[in-house]
Design a protein around this ligand. Sequence first.
Ligand code: ATP
Length: 513
Amino acid sequence: MTQEDLFKNLIAHAKEYGFIFPSSEIYDGLGAVYDYGQLGVELKNNIKRYWWDAMVRLHDNIVGIDSAIFMHPRIWEASGHVGAFNDPLIDNKDSKKRYRADVLLEEYVAKIEEKIEKEVEKGRKKFGEAFDEVQFRATNPNVLRNAQKAEEVRARMAAALNANDLADMRQLIIDCEIACPVSGSRNWTEVRQFNLMFSTQMGSVSEEANVIYLRPETAQGIFVNFLNVQKTGRMKIPFGIAQIGKAFRNEIVARQFIFRMREFEQMEMQFFVRPGEEMKWYEYWKEARLRWHKSLGLGDAKYRFHNHEKLAHYANAAADIEFEFPFGFKELEGIHSRTDFDLRRHQQFSGKRLQFFDPETNESYVPYVVETSIGLDRTILAVLSAAYAEEKLESGEERVVMRIPAVLAPIKLAVLPLVKKDGLPEKAREIMNELKFDFNCQYDEKDSIGKRYRRQDAIGTPYCITIDHQSLEDNCVTIRERDSMQQERVPIATLRTIVDDLVSWRKWLSKIQ
Ligand code: ATP
């Protein structure tokens, strides 16, 4: 099965089992907006906690806040979003489809890179054991030509973006002979800048209504509270402020399911440091964040860093942690060294001093900031796409299993009475009433045991227990593990320890440190 088919199946599966629904579905949906269902919200809450605990609980110099979505409109002028939060857009005149010019070029470069990898694979097959990949990449003429081409396009795009040279962006698309995937034509409009912020009015119509924005990132809520938190929390530099919350962007190229949404959630942490020490912390947070990702066990090879060539207006270094989604490696998290840009601008625009007095150096300064910014919805997509598997069993049967990391699984334990009579449901309820204080449990008595196992596999439940007639006599149940499908008979009294051993926050979080 191709990755594309697998991705389609995953989207259907996420809907069928109550993870993710298209928003306003009975009205035919709303573009790039999604709702989380009964299992999706559990998964989402678990990811939030995994992030929050790793940041706030495990670091005594990081605290959290929850700032409002609505903020003073001047904030977005200070941050640069009113002036510069733009995407370069281009339309195809024949299909009338709109694209991000930079995305068209990035996809073009990605195709060239795919060609290089294919060439390398060919070499590997041809030379077998004797294959020297480094030498092959350094000497094969096809690889060299393509690598040079990719580099040229990348460099020219970065230069055009940095210089805001929209005419050259367009020319580059034409020079690369990029065609519209829908119409196949190269009949392009000019490239224009388009602001991504949603705006609305505050106050009644009769009054002077103020235009305000739905925040496009959660970070600014942290910056404008920098002094509040520093003073009330008696924080000393270096320290961090973390926040999880909604952000809104009027994305033009909104596709790929929950990868690019117009309303989404971010988990951001701004780390305030001494000027001059930002690169040390930037490296520190790059590694720390990669460790967090890898601790989930989705596969270390699925992550890679991508260092930015074009830096945002506020950054002096930036890297993405990319994840291998079913549609290729794409940004999951950004780590940015934001300098003192934001605090300095807010100081300037608000007229309030936003400085820290450092008792060690006896100086006041505007701190520098290193930011880690991860998309919650993209993390959900990463987890779901790595977890989803269609398997053929030895028995010839098939099953869909979601190998969701146990700590994140929406339901930890399914409680299944073998039959709906003879006191088994009562016994099952009794066990569940005891364990529900520790774990999210689900009770299911419908259909055959085999079918019930399949249903739990399909939603990623790590353990199922079956209560049978013998359980009434010996107080033992059969426990079945999701991935291995191994079954074992165990005393009811040991269940809590067994499940806890697999799903406990302590066990998972301690892997990160
Ligand atoms: P992209 O280049 O993919 O548009 P970005 O560089 O604009 O992303 P940031 O501004 O760095 O993204 O935002 C931080 C994180 O927020 C991203 O790494 C991503 O996980 C998430 N994010 C950004 N835009 C969206 C969106 N439209 N839908 C879902 N998540 C998003």
